[in-house]
Design a protein around this ligand. Structure first.
Ligand code: AMP
Length: 278
């Protein structure tokens, strides 16, 4: 497994590879959710490249950039075991040298949900993902459905900018008790960790109501909200029922596929989860 630490090194590596290349962009501190994306690529691509980069431009002031968990040695071992051909591990200085001033902005679909609660977040995400695409030049790039809005934003960017990259969505990987795997779960205290599965439990109750024919947007949001309100350690940031593609909030009777998404804070930890209602 090769480790490349600058765009120039990554480019040079890429020119020597023939066949299809799959890219898995990550911020490291890897868990089985990340590794499921690696496995998806290993099944389809000749060579799999994983990137590890905690991207400063997607964190807002007062967010957790400085304390974001890092474990480079473990990550490299896991990726090697998973059969990754190369790891792209650029430094912040290599990605954003002095005088850096170019950013990618996707409009409408970034304004809601996470975009509304984390101003500037998606501008950082799209910029870094386009830079990763340019350095690695993958035929496919794999993204988790856990970050549902991110997936839609990247798809939009790929389509709008005529990128020759197939964006492949992958299912959410969960702990046995239903909590979506996340590098940030490490921040949870024992009591918070024990309470956190309430998120997916409530999403599932709403999902069951949807399956039984409930189509009132307000009622579906309320099922999730009510359940979360009964958990004293949980503070709800938002519960959204939105159009599956545009992410416009749905009101009244929901006709087509929808995305039910939530952000809940446990102490200082911000947890995201979602359920696609189809
Ligand atoms: P991150 O390291 O959090 O930036 O995530 C890197 C990629 O892994 C993104 O495409 C995420 O959506 C994906 N990912 C993170 N957690 C999960 C999970 N529990 N299941 C599936 N994919 C995930």
């Amino acid at each position: 497994m090769d480790v490349l630490t600058s765009p120039a090194q990554m480019h040079a590596w890429r020119t020597k590879v023939t066949g299809s290349v799959g890219l898995i962009p990550t911020m490291g501190y890897l868990h089985d959710g990340h590794l499921s994306l690696v496995r998806a690529s290993r099944q389809r691509d000749t060579a799999t490249v994983a990137s590890i980069f905690v991207n400063p431009t997607q964190f807002g002031p007062g967010e957790d950039f400085e304390r974001y968990p890092r474990s480079e040695a473990d990550d490299l071992r896991l990726l090697e075991e998973a059969g990754v051909a190369a790891v792209y591990l650029p430094s912040a200085a290599a990605m954003y040298p002095d005088r850096y001033q170019t950013y990618v902005e996707v409009e409408e679909v970034t304004r809601r949900l996470e975009g509304e609660h984390r101003p500037g977040h998606f501008r950082g995400v799209t910029t870094v993902v386009l830079k990763l695409f340019n350095a690695v030049q993958p035929g496919r790039a794999y993204f988790g459905r856990k970050d549902a809005q991110q997936l839609r934003v990247i798809r939009r960017m790929a389509e709008d900018l005529d990128l020759a990259v197939e964006v492949v969505p992958c299912p959410i990987v969960r702990e046995a008790d239903g909590l979506a795997m996340s590098s940030r779960n490490i921040y949870l205290t024992q009591a918070e960790r024990a309470a956190a599965p309430v998120i997916f439990r409530r999403l599932r109750v709403a999902g069951a109501a949807w399956a039984a024919g409930e189509r009132r947007a307000e009622a579906l949001r309320e099922i999730v909200l009510r359940g979360l309100a009964s958990e004293p350690l949980a503070t709800v940031e938002y519960v959204s029922l939105a159009d599956d593609v545009t992410l416009e909030e749905r009101e009244g009777i929901v006709a087509g596929p929808a995305l039910l998404s939530v952000v809940v804070r446990f102490g200082r930890t911000r947890l995201l989860d979602n359920l696609e209602l189809v």
